[in-house]
Design a protein around this ligand. Structure first.
Ligand SMILES: Cc1cc2nc3c(=O)[nH]c(=O)nc-3n(C[C@H](O)[C@H](O)[C@H](O)COP(=O)(O)OP(=O)(O)OC[C@H]3O[C@@H](n4cnc5c(N)ncnc54)[C@H](O)[C@@H]3O)c2cc1C
Length: 289
């Protein structure tokens, strides 16, 4: 490995100054779970590694009127431990809990996961279905980006050199709505998804409202499936409708062939998983879970 300078700033301004000083040759480090592999494989060769661990500004979980604020350094395990807390959407906890193993969840952070932007990561599915936003901070100040505008391509986001994810804001879902995350695994239980989908929806009488659907491992970026949402919105969830939604989901996803399955297989599974997720979310909405 090349010689790398290691910094552990304790002020956000200090971290931003270092990022600016080293430009594209700097890498922030959060949990390090993805970065360690990238360094080992020489896929990245930075001159400076800047640990975010000392930055209080990137820590903490707060409930605010606009939703749940998760500091970028919140670990996946910390999200998991919010289970049953008022104001925390169960879909969020259900999804973070499905990430790999406890060991990975103890290390990986909310911000690091989003910045890494592997399209097979689980959390963006729930975060997109819950219409989360990310607060970024950089040399020119702060900006808030809706998560559905954050991912650009495989491992690529709108983050500019020198910019950090400060926190993720998860707005409260409509009262009475419910969610479901269905992850299909073709290899081991701790693997990345072959394909997975998160659904959040409500019921007004027998009719579906506020339907939000997001897929991961089904294209170059995690993605809302607005076509499927539109098909389901305002309809009574009958068997025929769910089948139709599943068929539409199979058409709109854009998976690739890889070791977890062929693109054609994943398309089919996307439809099946979508039907299951909608059915589960409807059951939960009916029973007030
Ligand atoms: C064996 C293994 C299996 C895994 N399986 C899954 C899985 O099934 N599902 C899943 O969802 N995830 C899984 N993960 C976790 C996932 O792939 C990433 O490793 C993890 O989410 C990265 O988080 P981190 O905090 O460790 O980020 P780091 O490794 O520290 O950083 C990742 C990238 O983000 C940048 N970065 C970090 N924090 C910030 C910030 N605040 N602002 C801007 N840039 C930042 C870094 O510079 C780096 O480029 C797995 C990981 C491992 C090691």
């Amino acid at each position: 490995m090349n010689e790398v300078a290691w910094f552990r700033p304790h002020q956000l301004e200090e971290a931003l100054a270092l990022l600016e000083q080293y430009g594209e040759e700097a890498r922030p480090v959060a949990g390090g779970s993805a970065l360690a592999l990238l360094l080992k494989q020489r896929l990245v060769q930075p001159r400076a590694l800047i640990s975010l661990a000392g930055l209080a500004e990137l820590r903490g979980i707060r409930q605010e009127p606009d939703g749940l604020h998760l500091g970028a350094l919140t670990t996946h395990a910390e999200v998991e431990r919010l289970a049953g807390t008022a104001g925390v959407p169960p879909l969020l906890v259900e999804t973070y809990r499905r990430v790999a193993t406890r060991r990975v969840r103890n290390q990986a952070t909310v911000g690091g996961g989003l910045a890494h932007a592997d399209p097979a990561q689980d959390p963006p599915a729930a975060l997109l279905a819950l219409e989360a936003r990310v607060r970024l901070v950089g040399p020119r100040g702060e900006r808030i980006v809706p998560l559905d505008q954050f991912f650009v391509d495989y491992y690529e986001t709108v983050l500019q050199p020198g910019e950090l994810i400060r926190e993720v804001i998860v707005p409260p879902p409509p009262s009475g709505s419910a969610g479901a995350y269905v992850k299909f695994l073709s290899r081991s239980v701790d693997d990345y998804a072959t394909v997975a989908v998160a659904v959040q929806l409500g019921l007004e009488g027998r009719v579906l409202t506020g339907v939000r659907v997001a897929f991961i491992a089904a294209g170059p970026t995690p993605r809302r499936a607005r076509e499927v949402e539109t098909l389901l919105e305002g309809e009574v969830p009958r068997v025929g409708l769910l089948q139709e939604a599943g068929q539409l989901a199979s058409q709109v996803v854009e998976p690739l062939d890889d070791s977890r399955g062929s693109a054609a297989y994943k398309r089919e599974m996307a439809g099946v998983m979508l039907e299951r997720a909608v059915r589960l979310a409807v059951e939960r909405a009916r029973s007030g879970q």
